[in-house]
Write a new protein. Structure first.
Length: 115
C-alpha cells in the first residue's frame, strides 16, 4: 500500500475542483487535507477499477477550502468524491449532477492515482 494518495475531491457548493491528500495511518487511509486545483494544473487521473480501501477523515482535516464543509461523500453514480457537511441528509454530485440521500457506510478510494 502506498504511504500517501491523492484523489480528485470537488467542492459540492462551488463545483471547484480540488485534490484531497490521504495518508496511510494504521492500515487505513485518512483524509488530512484538500487544496484547490490550480488553474492550468491537471487533477489526478481517474483509473477506474483501482481500489485502495476504506477512508476516513483525520483530526487535522480543516475542511473544504471552497466552502468549509467538514466531511465528504462519494457519488453513488460516478463514484467521485465531493465535500459535504457531516449533518447533511441529501447530496448532489458536482461532477455528474446525480443526487440523493446520504447513506452511512464505508467510502472507498476507487479510480485514483497513487503517488
Amino acid at each position: 500500500m502506498e504511504a500517501k494518495l491523492f484523489a480528485s475531491l470537488a467542492c459540492a457548493r462551488t463545483r471547484q475542483p480540488g485534490v484531497g491528500r490521504f495518508d496511510l495511518v494504521n492500515g487505513a487511509y485518512v483524509l488530512i487535507g484538500t487544496s484547490r486545483q490550480r488553474p492550468g494544473s491537471a487533477a489526478p487521473m481517474q483509473a477506474d477499477g483501482l481500489s485502495y480501501g476504506d477512508i476516513t477523515i483525520g483530526d487535522r482535516y480543516s475542511g473544504c477550502p471552497g466552502c468549509g464543509a467538514d466531511s465528504f461523500a462519494q457519488c453513488g453514480q460516478c463514484k467521485r468524491l465531493a465535500c459535504c457537511n457531516s449533518g447533511d441528509r441529501a447530496f448532489r454530485c458536482p461532477s455528474c449532477g446525480a443526487g440523493g440521500q446520504l447513506e452511512p457506510g464505508a467510502i472507498r478510494l476507487d479510480g485514483i492515482t497513487a503517488t
